[in-house]
Design a protein around this ligand. Structure first.
Ligand code: ZN
Length: 679
């Protein structure tokens, strides 16, 4: 309101009510002219008492100092959010295609549409164009539109198809129209990261001809040979597979001459020998012997099968018995408290499923492998148990790391939600698969837990600075509110002071004009500060206001010295007190705005920015694997992009360093050297 008036009233800030008709206009022009001249005079020489004898009459503005108009100004808050988002909205997150970055940050290319509540946003459909379409394209990409849409603001067939697919995947009616419901859903958080560890999924190896092995993360079981089966018998199955091209010429069972063990190891090879597993390592917990003479269960063992790129196999027993996990806690409550105390989780939450004590003891044992420099990535995160987790593409996930930071329009408090979620399927491989070697074999679920920690570490600095940025934005909004409430108060008080002054006898006006105008000039100076939204401009404007304040105080002292009972002193007392409160609020808001800008700069420094923004940590990893011409260590990393590649390497580095040393020594060294923590 004032703004409009102010704009035209820029020369006449704060709402001098314009009486209709030419005379009023002329009067107004005169007053505005006098004000311009007065302010110019002020700016040039600083406040000085208006020339003696200047009356605020229309007749001859030239020789009388006119009374200034009062200034008023509102500051503008901001809103925005980063969804898990990870990073800029134009990059598909879960539709992870090779080279997909980590996480979107809506704030990176705010279109303003984000600030409009979904129910108030324009309904768009094929043929629509403009900012709403651009924002919809960004959000569809963030939710995994594949291939990613060009963010061109034109609602064409591709955007239509992506909208229908999105609506199908999110229980919305697939009418290709983006209205309040679809808008609301598109605003929702997206998630980063999924792991196959124990969670099934494609798994498999590097395939025929691959020189480097992949780690097979799929849940894999074998049926042990019938009691007493001889190794030679199982050998026939191996030969049949070799015939079929599902195993290479060389098939070795490292059994040390123990025929029964040999039969079990060859049985694993014969059952798992398949082209899709060429160039892979599979770790199984399975039977490795027959019923002992003295009776009792058939012995279990940890068996590793490696197939090279030609299907040549070596299967060996790396440890007797099943994997055991330390049961650190005796009850659920203690386990939850322990996880929060030792790893910084904000809460351990039962989502669509309930944590069991064995599961929490496994998660705790897995997290003991997280280094002190990495642990901070879990601070403030909720550890959530879900029965199933499904991404935008409809894939079932074993785990997920998601986050959302933001400030809603006009809010003074930022919202923060960071979740590390684990689903039923993460534990599906426990007891049948394991990860690791002879000395550090662990349950397959460790792969999922530390995969998600890998995402948390990759995003850690980005999330931290993004959260700080939105906290600073919320703090700035709170300071803006303070500016605007004190502005309303000063504006009302100054209006009545000015009106009272105009009603004073001419001679009183004359002697009080300098003080009155200095008071009014200060309001214009603070109005400029309040309305300014360019950080670089703040200092200059604040200095001008502080100068105007000094001049007002001087004019007050001068008038008081001349006549301590002058009516103007009483008239402007309360108004000036209000103006000073407003001034203090303006200065506090400037500080908050600078802090917000600084936080934004720090947050921007943690991501690469631009259309393909990703965390600096992921960008470093991308550069490293590119330079070294490395290949992804799992099928999942290969299929789902750089963020997953980083997380899969992280979990293998933690859980199977032996495999990494053998197959990806440069990756092992990169993590050992702490390169993964550098931004
Ligand atoms: Zn992942």
């Amino acid at each position: 309101m004032q703004k409009t008036r102010e704009t035209s009233a820029l020369k006449q800030p704060n709402g001098v009510a314009r009486a209709p008709g030419p005379l009023a206009d002329a009067q107004h022009q005169a007053a505005a002219g006098a004000q311009r001249r007065y302010l110019a005079g002020l700016a040039k020489a600083g406040p000085q008492a208006p020339k003696a004898g200047a009356a605020a009459g229309p007749a001859d503005a030239e020789d009388e100092v006119a009374l200034l108009e009062a200034g008023s100004g509102e500051a503008q808050g901001e809103s925005g959010f980063s969804t898990s988002e990870d990073a800029d909205a134009t990059v598909p997150l879960n539709a992870l295609v090779p080279d997909a970055p980590a996480a979107p940050e809506v704030a990176a290319t705010p279109t303003g549409v984000a600030a409009v509540p979904p129910e108030k946003r324009k309904v768009i459909r094929q043929g629509s164009a403009g900012a709403e379409v651009e924002y919809a394209q960004e959000r569809l990409n963030a939710h995994g539109a594949t291939p990613a849409l060009a963010v061109d603001g034109l609602f064409g067939p591709k955007t239509r198809a992506a909208t229908v697919e999105y609506q199908n995947n999110h229980a919305l009616s697939p009418d290709a129209i983006i209205g309040p419901k679809t808008w609301g859903s598109l605003d929702g958080p997206v998630s980063v990261g999924k792991a196959e560890g124990g969670g099934g999924g494609a798994g498999g190896g590097g395939g025929a001809g691959a020189k480097v092995l992949m780690y097979d993360t799929a849940v894999t079981t074998v049926t042990p040979p019938a009691e007493g089966t001889k190794k030679a018998t199982v050998q026939k199955n191996v030969e049949a597979k070799q015939q079929a091209g599902d195993l290479g010429k060389t098939v070795k069972a490292v059994d040390g001459g123990d025929d029964a063990l040999g039969a079990h190891l060859l049985n694993v090879t014969a059952q798992l020998g398949e082209k899709k597993r060429f160039a892979s390592e599979v770790d199984l917990q399975t039977k490795v012997g027959y019923t002992p003479k003295g009776g009792g269960p058939r012995p279990d063992g940890k068996v590793t099968m490696r197939l090279d790129g030609e299907g040549n196999a070596e299967t060996k027993l790396i440890g007797a018995g099943k994997v055991t996990t330390a049961q650190k806690f005796a009850d659920l409550d203690a386990a939850k408290k322990g996880l929060m105390a030792d790893f910084g989780f904000k809460a351990v939450v039962d989502g669509s499923a309930t944590w069991t004590l064995p599961e929490l003891n496994k998660v705790y044992a897995a997290l003991l492998r997280v280094g002190s420099a990495e642990k901070s990535a879990l601070a403030g995160v909720d550890l959530v148990r879900e029965s199933t987790i499904v991404n935008a593409k409809g894939d079932s996930l074993a785990g997920e790391f998601s986050y959302s930071h933001g400030v809603a329009t006009g809010a003074n408090k930022a919202t923060h939600a960071e979740k590390l979620s684990i689903a039923d399927s993460a534990f599906a491989g426990d007891g049948v698969n394991f990860v690791g070697g002879a000395t550090d074999a662990a349950e397959a679920s460790f792969t999922t837990v530390l995969h998600e920690v890998g995402h948390a570490v990759e995003h850690a600095e980005e999330r931290k600075t993004s959260a700080a940025k939105f906290d600073a934005m919320a703090a700035h909004n709170a300071a803006v509110d303070k500016v605007n409430t004190t502005n309303t108060a000063q504006s009302a008080a100054m209006k009545s002071a000015r009106d009272g002054f105009v009603a004073l006898p001419k001679d009183q006006q004359k002697t009080g004009m300098a003080f009155a105008n200095a008071s009014l000039a200060l309001t214009n100076a603070w109005a400029a500060v309040a309305k300014n939204s360019t950080v670089a401009q703040h200092d200059k404007l604040v200095t001008a206001a502080q100068t105007a304040k000094t001049k007002r105080d001087t004019a007050r002292t001068d008038l008081t010295a001349k006549s301590a009972t002058h009516a103007a002193l009483g008239l402007f007392k309360d108004a000036n007190d209000r103006v000073d409160e407003w001034g203090t609020a303006c200065e506090a808001r400037v500080a908050a705005h600078k802090a917000q800008e600084k936080a934004k700069t720090e947050a921007d420094a943690k991501v690469t920015g631009g259309a393909k923004s990703e965390s600096k940590r992921l960008a470093k990893f991308r550069a490293f694997v590119g330079k070294e011409k490395l290949t992804p260590p799992t099928q999942y990393a290969k299929a789902e992009g750089m963020g997953e590649w980083y997380a899969e390497c992280f979990t293998l580095w933690k859980n199977d360093p032996e495999f990494l040393t053998d197959q990806y020594p440069k990756v092992k060294k990169w993590f050992d050297d702490g390169e993964h923590l550098k931004d």
